[in-house]
Design a protein around this ligand. Sequence first.
Ligand code: NAP
Length: 171
Amino acid sequence: MEFGSVKHFLRGKTILVTGATGFLGKIFVEKILRVQPDVKKLYLLLRASNSCSATERMYNEIIGKDLFKVLRDKLGDDFDSFISEKVMAVAGDVSSKNLGIRDVNLRKAMLEEIDIVLHSAASTKFDERFDVAMCTNTMGALNVVNFAKNCIKVEILLHVSTGSFSSISKT
Ligand SMILES: NC(=O)c1ccc[n+]([C@@H]2O[C@H](COP(=O)([O-])OP(=O)(O)OC[C@H]3O[C@@H](n4cnc5c(N)ncnc54)[C@H](OP(=O)(O)O)[C@@H]3O)[C@@H](O)[C@H]2O)c1
């Protein structure tokens, strides 16, 4: 796919991102918002006990980083309202069923709205405890696939992991 057509494809889309506090996820979020500001919405699934803590993590560990300086400078006073309109932190955990999203109404809305799933959450410690790595990297991927299967209009699931970069699309 040419870059121009990727940009066009992203217009009006709702995207679920896992691993957004991570090295790659953060770059993905910034790039989408900068090159395709007409994206509809990004749901960022973050490990947190509730939506307030997830939102706090989103601002402290993603949006507030220097990486977003270009976008912040470009949008000026509109930056904060742009972020509030386009980006929503969701408390969850990929190792849990339904990605640990406890808010039923939010989960329902996500299942109805999501067009694209980008899964980059993982334990990247090479000496991680086996059970933790298994829950996060293996069961986590399965939980994301199952969640995506329940998204009524999902078009693509992109899974980024060491040794694999795979995507599944409906077409
Ligand atoms: N970085 C690279 O150069 C590179 C190259 C090739 C492949 N990859 C692969 O790409 C993927 C992402 O890499 P990365 O470098 O961005 O990793 P990273 O910086 O270690 O970030 C991992 C992300 O996963 C999240 N996460 C971990 N366990 C989770 C869970 N149970 N539920 C929800 N989120 C969870 C972390 O959230 P917390 O903030 O809560 O910990 C963090 O946001 C990995 O599979 C990695 O192996 C990376």
